[in-house]
Design a protein around this ligand. Structure first.
Ligand SMILES: Nc1ncnc2c1ncn2[C@@H]1O[C@H](COP(=O)(O)OP(=O)(O)OP(=O)(O)O)[C@@H](O)[C@H]1O
Length: 386
């Protein structure tokens, strides 16, 4: 039978230190198979002869240190081999971090804490993935911190989260999200409530510090922090705040000299600030593309990556739940009780009356035992759609 257009087969031969980049068409899929050699996708190794399926919108780079042959079956928007990649530099960073882990092991101290910053679409999430995957391949167990509330790799958008990485992420399905630590933020940009954002960063850092104190392996593995692409004004101040809260040792700036020089100026001397180039393969995403990827992240939470989960519908009486929203309307300081500032209201919990306006909203379920606890600073158990 003749091949249909959707089953176009392409063969590629990759030399050492090159990568095959491809994007999957909307509503299409691509099957990738490594025929010979060795290759990896964002730090996760490919198995020879196994067929990997990538769904619509995926943007992938298959990198090889040793050379390989590959086939792609399906319709791709683009598929090309790139010889220029920053992978050797990224690997050098990993090697330096591994040396810091070995030193920490010898001296019984803390492993490296590294934060990746830069404007939007420079490959921050991808570099974080590479670093934790490389570490996991050496048997390390770093903690991945996700501060990018818009494009969150661990939980649904609108959250900050942490995940202990025990093994490299799955090539098709991403991180094995087992027992993540997630805090509710509720907006897709930190700009919408900077006070709350900074408060959650402080809280997350406290909890991670406790975890590191209690678990030597996690402590040695270190922390890799992904940030969002808002690097001006309050966004920059949030980056500096996060660096302080997590007591980072290394800040990697991707692709922006201005941000690099600002951070060199503002970081303490013991923090290494490194400027690295972005990969030419990183794909710029439009507002629409970002919205779609947020939607698919929420869908993935409820249905699983390959529709492997079945969300349940159940009814709860309104008197059995308490509903809150974070942030009271901002009032002028003159109208507030003595000693309170309008900034406080942004992190205040406001009770919500159940109403039709809640329909189709995503709510998070707090782990708090009572509403006397500081619910904002308590992690969430999961999410529901009303
Ligand atoms: N070398 C590469 N080749 C092809 N695609 C790539 C490469 N590196 C990254 N990408 C793709 O580019 C897209 C953007 O990368 P990434 O999410 O890492 O950027 P980011 O800086 O974290 O963006 P944001 O600021 O939106 O969080 C992703 O879909 C990723 O899979």
């Amino acid at each position: 039978m003749a091949e249909t257009k959707d089953e176009t087969k392409q063969d590629f031969k990759l030399e050492t230190n090159t990568e095959l980049r491809f994007e999957v068409d909307a509503n299409g899929t691509i099957k990738l198979e490594m025929i010979t050699g060795k290759a990896e996708i964002f730090g996760s190794e490919l198995v020879e002869g196994k067929k990997y399926v990538f769904t619509s919108g995926s943007k992938v780079a298959v990198f090889t240190w040793h050379g390989c042959t590959l086939t792609l079956v399906g319709k791709s928007e683009v598929a090309y081999i790139a010889k220029e990649t920053p992978m050797v530099m990224y690997l050098n960073v990993h090697v330096a971090l591994e040396q810091m882990r070995q030193k920490a092991e010898e001296d019984d101290t803390r492993g490296p804490r590294v934060m990746v910053v830069g404007p939007t679409d420079v490959g921050k999430s991808t570099l974080c993935k590479l670093l934790v995957n490389f570490a996991a391949r050496l048997g390390r167990s770093p903690v991945l911190i996700e501060l990018d509330v818009g494009q969150n790799e661990i939980a649904v958008p609108g959250t900050v989260a942490a995940l202990c990485i025990e093994r490299p992420s799955d090539v098709e399905e991403g991180y094995a999200v087992v027992a993540p630590l997630v805090y509710h933020f509720g907006h897709k940009s930190p700009q919408d409530n900077t006070q709350l954002y900074n408060l959650l960063i402080t809280r997350l850092a406290e909890v991670i510090n406790l975890r590191c104190e209690a678990n030597k392996r996690t402590n040695i593995g270190g922390v890799v922090i992904n940030t969002c692409g808002w690097v001006r004004g309050d966004g920059y101040r949030s980056i500096v705040h996060a660096a302080g809260a997590f007591e980072v040792d290394v800040v990697i700036v991707l692709d922006q000299e201005r941000l690099h020089s600002e951070l060199v100026r503002d970081m303490p001397d013991f923090v290494k600030v490194v400027l690295l180039p972005k990969s030419g393969g990183v794909v710029e995403r439009s507002q629409k593309g970002r919205m779609e990827s947020r939607d698919s992240k929420i869908r993935e939470y409820f249905y699983g990556v390959r529709n492997s989960c079945y969300p349940h519908t159940f009814e709860v009486k309104f008197n059995e739940v308490k509903l809150f929203k974070v942030g009271a309307p901002v009032l002028p300081d003159s109208m507030l009780p003595l000693g309170m500032t309008s900034e406080d209201s942004r992190t205040k919990l406001v009770p919500l009356e159940p109403s039709g306006s809640l329909i189709h909203h995503v709510l998070s379920i707090s782990m708090a035992n009572s509403d006397e606890e500081n619910i904002i600073q308590v992690n969430v158990a999961g999410f529901i759609v009303v």
